[in-house]
Design a protein around this ligand. Structure first.
Ligand code: PMP
Ligand code: GLN
Length: 383
């Protein structure tokens, strides 16, 4: 393969799902629901296919979907969005990030990422020719050191990536933290790329604050989102990028040559879903259901002697396994999947230097309560 692939191998998600299947383990590794998404969303896709919405969509997205994305952002977060000039529909947040980085990062530009980071960030920064600049989030509450962040900004910095709510830690960045990031972006004329795919999955009264809505940030922020987590349809890969017109133009230029367009009937279905969700109380139901699953998994892990770290958002819990005596999280997760029959993700996959990762395991609770119960029974056998 080309040099840009060096060290990439197979993602930890595919690897752990493969091991889970091979060992008959309960898969709390890769993040995806094991329950069906809502009927109103499925029916909307069937209707769109029957209505023959099956040819290419406009490259930057169906107008109906862009309109409801814009309206939904304004209703939830208070900042108006122009569906014509500020919204691009992408093939999941993953393609949105790829398009944004290819559109805006030149070879040699530095991109700041908070570590641990979602694994795709490093590969995608590299594909764009950028240089990743990690800034550490420290357990248990995953705060960053303001001096370390300030020190990461320099003349070569082009962008900072902020994922909130955060995978794998469940952290929701606070307004103070975001204000500090915003101040540094403005001082150094740096762009922000935010990954907000878990914005509807928050707990304990935590609120989601899009960095783009802070003073002075709209003109320099690309807000990425997708419907995979929000509507439990991770296989549909409908996402979007919200950005001011000059940045949107650049993203669209890249996007038209990456995929050109995203699956038309699923765009239509997601337009229907977003319209319905705004009126029906769907988001509150989603968060309440996840809150119950989080509690069930927390209890299971703690009964098994694995205390969990705080989680304010996303559908992952990090468990502290330092008591089990494994030298690192990979050997721990290998033991869990082969000997205990429960798959989890080693968070070292989210570190530039895996040796810096604390010995934790990430468990996904986007699962039926019966699945979590079955995992609880297996985990109870831990020594
Ligand atoms: N960002 C984060 C933080 C994620 O957890 C995920 C999915 N697991 C993605 C992006 C990818 O989103 P999509 O499936 O919409 O490409
Ligand atoms: N984002 C999901 C996770 O964190 C996995 C998505 C994937 O498999 N690429 O588990």
């Amino acid at each position: 393969g080309a040099r840009r692939l060096e060290g990439l191998g197979v993602t930890i998600f595919s690897e752990m799902t493969r091991l889970a299947i091979a060992h008959g383990a309960i898969n709390l590794g890769q993040g995806f629901p094991d329950f069906p998404g809502p009927d109103f969303v499925k029916e909307a896709a069937v209707a769109a296919i029957r209505a023959d919405l099956n040819q290419y969509a406009p490259s930057h997205g169906l107008p109906r979907l862009r309109q409801v994305i814009a309206r939904s952002f304004e209703q939830s977060y208070g900042h108006p969005v122009d569906p014509e000039g500020e919204v691009t529909v992408t093939t999941g947040a993953t393609e949105g990030l790829h398009a944004a980085l290819l559109a805006l990062v030149d070879p040699g530009d530095e991109v700041i990422v908070f570590e641990p980071f979602y694994d795709a960030y490093l590969a995608q920064i590299r594909f764009a020719g950028g240089v990743p600049r990690p800034v550490t989030l420290w357990p248990p509450d995953w705060r960053f050191d303001p001096d370390e962040l300030a020190g990461a900004f320099g003349p070569r910095t082009r962008a900072v990536i902020v994922n909130t709510p955060h995978n794998p830690t469940g952290k929701a960045f606070t307004r103070d933290e975001l204000a500090l990031i915003a101040a540094l972006c403005q001082e150094h004329d740096v762009l922000a790329i935010t990954d907000e795919v878990y914005d509807r999955i928050l707990y304990d009264g935590a609120v989601h604050i899009p960095l783009a809505t802070l003073p002075g940030m709209w003109e320099r922020t690309i807000t990425l989102n997708s419907t995979g987590k929000t509507f439990s349809m991770t296989g549909w890969k409908i996402g979007w990028a919200i950005a001011p017109p000059p940045l949107t133009q650049a993203i669209r230029t890249a996007h038209q040559f990456i995929t050109f367009a995203t699956a038309t009937p699923f765009q239509e279905a997601m337009a229907v879903a977003l319209e319905h969700a705004a009126e029906s109380g769907y988001y509150a139901e989603l968060a309440a259901a996840y809150s119950e699953r989080r509690e069930a998994l927390r209890r299971a892990l703690e009964l098994a002697g694995l205390p969990v770290l705080p989680c304010l958002g996303s559908y992952f819990l990090l468990a502290d396994a330092s008591g089990l005596g494994f030298p690192d999280d990979v050997s721990l997760c290998r033991y869990l999947v082969t000997e205990v029959g429960v798959a989890a993700i080693p968070p070292s996959a989210f570190y530039a230097d895996p040796a810096r990762a604390p010995v934790l395991a990430r468990f996904c609770f986007a699962k039926r309560l019966e699945t979590i119960q079955a995992a609880a029974e297996r985990l109870a056998r831990l020594p």
